[in-house]
Design a protein around this ligand. Structure first.
Ligand code: NAD
Ligand code: IPM
Ligand code: MN
Length: 351
């Protein structure tokens, strides 16, 4: 078994380092190879996703990804910006189903942005579509005949794209509490009307799952008002991006939310995938040893479980994270004082 490690930019390498220490301690004999991605790859090789990085990712059983994003690259042409690396990996590897679990760990109820009795009920999974939507439509910029600047981004979904993510959502719900909430903006967008129609068609194959539809603006409100009502939420690329950052603060911090991006390709022991925290490169705290590595450590656990078939090792990692938090070892993002390495040490000690 071999994993590709792509630390990236900003706090990416800092949080990835802690996850790799956890992997080393598990002593599973997993081979790993590191490569440049994002701004780091652009500065060294002139491209955020060099062909050798993509080739390494493709040849692996799973990818552990840190984060990309570099303020010095913000003025580059779009195809050279660090963010194109993660978008390119998701698209090139057909990783269309992004699973973003959000639950409150014991001891963190008081650290949520919500009241403890509201936060304590959160145990949900956002299934975000990752290969379509306004992210991958035609885009452009022009100066109109009247001399005004104009930008555009085409939002679209084909029915096959909606169908495959709908199946992913229903299957995830079958493995949990059998409730699926499909989030869209069908009252305004044609893209969303098709989304809703196709989700309803697919639902006929899952009579055991209770399906509900919600407009995205209401979903954002409901996630704050009563997040305990959600089991699995399935939604498009843009809405899923926004709602998952929102959900992260409901459980305490964006530094806690892990993710798995999966497609249909199988490995020897599971499903090929890319695993990353939902947060970015956090330039404001990069290099200071302040980043919370838990989201990346939990992403490693998802990699072990989904791509490598090592459920027991994944359980051990998750249990060590839970004990660390229950013991009150918290980063600044959760109101504590522990730094990145200190949190890693604490997880290792409890593994
Ligand atoms: P961000 O997630 O990097 O940071 C948002 C805020 O959360 C910051 O205040 C940051 O300090 C804090 N934060 C994030 N992760 C944290 C952690 N592990 N521990 C403690 N605090 C944490 O989002 P942003 O500031 O909007 O974006 C910064 C860069 O990252 C941009 O270039 C953006 O495009 C990129 N980005 C990349 C990814 C990715 O690689 N998948 C995801 C999101 C943003
Ligand atoms: C995420 C990020 C990315 C996204 C960016 C960096 C392209 O915000 O992984 O959530 O929008 O998908
Ligand atoms: Mn995001």
């Amino acid at each position: 078994m071999k994993i590709a490690v792509l630390p990236g930019d900003g706090i990416g390498p800092e949080v990835t380092r802690e996850a790799l220490r956890v992997l080393d301690a598990l002593d599973l004999g997993i081979e790993r190879e590191e490569a440049l991605v994002g701004g780091a790859a652009y500065h060294a090789k002139g491209h955020p996703l060099p062909p050798e990085t993509l080739a390494l990712a493709e040849a692996s059983d799973g990818i552990l990804f840190g984060a990309v994003g570099d303020p010095t690259c913000d003025a580059l042409e779009r195809h050279l910006r660090p963010e194109q690396a993660i978008l390119g990996l998701r698209k090139a590897l057909t990783l269309f189903a992004n699973l973003r679990p959000a639950k409150v760990f014991a001891g963190l109820e008081d650290h949520s942005a919500l009241r403890p009795e509201v936060a304590g009920a959160i145990d949900l999974l956002i299934v975000r579509e990752l290969n379509g939507d306004v992210y991958f439509g035609e885009k452009g910029f022009r100066t109109t005949p009247s001399g005004e600047r104009e930008g555009w981004d085409m939002m679209s979904y084909s029915e096959s794209e909606v169908r495959r993510i709908a199946h992913a959502g229903f299957r995830a719900a079958q493995g949990r509490n059998k409730r699926l909430c499909s989030v869209d903006k069908a009252n305004v967008l044609e893209t969303s009307q098709l989304w809703r129609d196709v989700v309803i068609e697919v639902s006929a194959q899952y009579p055991d799952v209770a399906l509900e539809h919600m407009y995205v603006d209401n979903a954002a409100m409901q996630l704050v008002k009563n997040p305990g009502q959600f089991d699995v939420v399935v939604t498009g690329n843009l809405f899923g991006d926004i709602l998952s950052d929102l959900a992260s603060m409901c459980v305490g911090s964006i530094g806690m939310l892990a993710s798995a991006s999966l497609g249909e390709r199988q490995t020897a022991h599971g499903t090929f995938g890319l695993y990353e925290p939902i947060h970015g490169s956090a330039p404001d705290i990069a290099g200071k040893g302040l980043a919370n590595p838990m989201a990346t450590i939990l992403s490693l656990a998802m990699l072990l479980r989904h791509s490598l078939g090592l459920a027991e090792a994944a359980d051990r990692v998750e249990a060590a994270v839970a004990r660390t938090l229950a013991d009150g070892v918290l980063g600044r993002d959760l109101g504590g004082t522990a730094g990145t390495t200190e949190i890693g040490d604490a997880v290792l000690a409890r593994l």
